[in-house]
Design a protein around this ligand. Structure first.
Ligand SMILES: [Zn+2]
Length: 43
């Protein structure tokens, strides 16, 4: 199965979202579900 790097998290499988002034919440990428890879036919 062909896969490519997830463009949402750039292959890290995690995304950072501002949680407040001094905190940064890191959560699994909703697009690749933390794998960092998505099927090649997905945009
Ligand atoms: Zn991702």
């Amino acid at each position: 199965m062909d896969e490519k790097t997830c463009p949402t998290c750039h292959g890290t499988g995690e995304i950072e979202s501002p949680g407040g002034l001094f905190t940064t919440a890191v959560k699994s990428c909703p697009r690749c579900h933390g794998t960092g890879r998505i099927p090649a036919w997905e945009e």
